[in-house]
Write a protein that binds this ligand. Structure first.
Ligand SMILES: [Zn+2]
Length: 361
């Protein structure tokens, strides 16, 4: 993985310093109306400052709703700033969006948009997709039997298998109640003790309402909806629950923030998780636009309820981000697959933790 990253950085540097990134950016600028929406999650654990410094120099940074209004309006940008519009979005509402992204947004005058999950803000619980890793780290037993199979936690292979099993049960739950019941059951089986939050886990917690309100007061942060409890919508068995997750999120955020929330982000927004019933539910709930995690630069012809985004992980070097946002990285992606494997693929790459659990949320 490290080697692959270094090769990627070398290629990105070659593309940048040879001028190809600049040419590609220039071509995109002149190829009609475009909108790049970057998709971040965590704001720490990397160098977001370098990303922002580069992006604000070469792109016209906007809030998401402002950018979407402009993209889908019939008017043509006749202003003197002809740079391609670009938006920074952060999914899930991690605490470090406040400590890092918000702080940098104010300092560098870069607008950002955060997609919130009110159910998690309300309880302050850790997000479910981080639980397999957290549970295994805190387990107080040496073995556990699930579905007739024994997992020995001192054997790394079996620990990895157990992590994947827990992730699968949480990911494919047919309701939020089923997911939370399983979480309660597995915590009990692993004898997880409630204790203080470890310092390194502080950034993993959700934002609080106080932090969100403070950000809302600034001119640099806007908000979108990301469901009430972050289920993968396609797996919900009950259409009423699907509607509640989508509609209630908008209602709660609009009420608490005193804003009309018009943009939605699908949880784990890949193709297989966004059926036509999900899109229709989002539309009828009153949202004007919805973003996915599928790779894509948007044009006025894009479906406003299936907008593409570009991976904006803070762990990516700013040179890789420069190549990515210019479009040349994606253009050459078949070549990456030949040279460095599938780590840099066309669609959003699921991030694998050390336990081999997906974190594409
Ligand atoms: Zn998410």
């Amino acid at each position: 993985m490290r080697m692959r990253k270094q090769v990627g950085l070398f290629v990105a540097a070659c593309l940048y310093y040879s001028g190809l990134v600049g040419v590609s950016r220039w071509l995109m600028q002149r190829s009609g109306k475009k909108l790049i929406i970057l998709n971040y999650h965590r704001a720490s654990r990397g160098d977001l400052r370098c990303h922002m410094l580069y992006l604000r120099r070469h792109y016209r940074m906007l809030h998401l709703e402002e950018a979407l209004e402009e993209l889908f309006s019939s008017s043509i940008n006749t202003g003197c700033d002809r740079r391609t519009p670009l938006v920074l979005t952060f999914d899930d509402g991690y605490h470090d969006n406040y400590t890092h992204a918000f702080a940098l947004a104010c300092e560098l005058h870069v607008p950002i948009t955060i997609f919130l999950i009110p159910g998690y803000v309300e309880t302050g619980a850790y997000f479910w997709w981080g639980e397999p890793r957290r549970l295994l780290r805190r387990a107080q037993v040496n073995e556990i039997v699930i579905e007739g199979k024994t997992y020995h936690l001192n054997l790394s292979d079996e620990q990895g298998d157990l992590g994947r099993l827990i992730d699968k049960r949480l990911r494919y739950a047919s309701s939020v109640v089923e997911r939370e019941q399983f979480l309660g059951w597995i915590r009990e089986k692993l004898l997880i003790l409630p204790r203080d939050v470890a310092l390194e886990e502080e950034g993993d917690r959700p934002l609080t309402w106080a932090e969100i309100r403070e950000m809302r007061e600034s001119e640099w942060v806007s908000f979108g909806a990301h469901t009430m409890h972050h289920p993968i919508l396609a797996y919900l068995a009950d259409p009423i629950e699907l509607e509640c997750e989508v509609r209630e999120c908008r209602d709660v955020l609009s009420y608490v923030l005193g804003l009309d929330i018009r943009v939605f982000a699908y949880p784990v927004g890949r193709t297989e998780h966004i059926g036509s019933n999900v899109v229709e539910t989002v539309r009828t709930a009153g949202y004007h636009w919805a973003v996915t995690t599928l790779h894509g630069v948007n044009t006025p012809a894009s479906n406003p309820y299936l907008l593409g985004r570009v991976l904006g992980d803070t762990s990516r070097h700013w040179l890789v981000m420069a190549a990515e946002t210019s479009g040349i990285w994606h253009l050459l992606s078949p070549l990456w697959q030949l040279i460095i494997g599938k780590g840099e693929t066309v669609e959003r790459t699921p991030i694998l933790s050390q336990k081999g659990v997906e974190h594409d949320t």
